[in-house]
Design a protein around this ligand. Sequence first.
Ligand SMILES: [Fe+2]
Ligand SMILES: [Fe+2]
Length: 141
Amino acid sequence: MAYFEWARDMVIDDGPIDDDHKHLVRLVNELHDATTEGRGREVVGRILDDLIRYTNEHLRKEEAVMAEAGFPNLERHKIGHQAFIDQLGKLQRRYQEGSIAVAAQLSSVLRDWLSIHIRRNDRELLDFMRRQPGAPTSPRG
Ligand SMILES: [Fe+2]
Ligand SMILES: [Fe+2]
């Protein structure tokens, strides 16, 4: 069993948002594997950079999708994203300053945040879309 498993209750759009989330799950697993296998700073640092860059890109992309859809909770959602970006930035700086333990901490911070954020907050987009006229009435499996 992977460190972080993508699950059906994380489905949001059956499209680009889910693809991003799945990719983030893969990257978190890579980071976790690299730190538990005791890989060097170079390997861990590279995965960490990728992960943080991809997370930033995802959050921006998701906000654009939400804006396009007329999602009413966008401003509140953006505040949540920004707080997480700030937290990641702080941890990344601590890693760069030499704390290798931070990399392991980062995989759990990312896993826990993504797991809860997707299921609670991103999920609000799915609920909103389902209430729109013309939306499919039956939830997908
Ligand atoms: Fe998301
Ligand atoms: Fe989000």
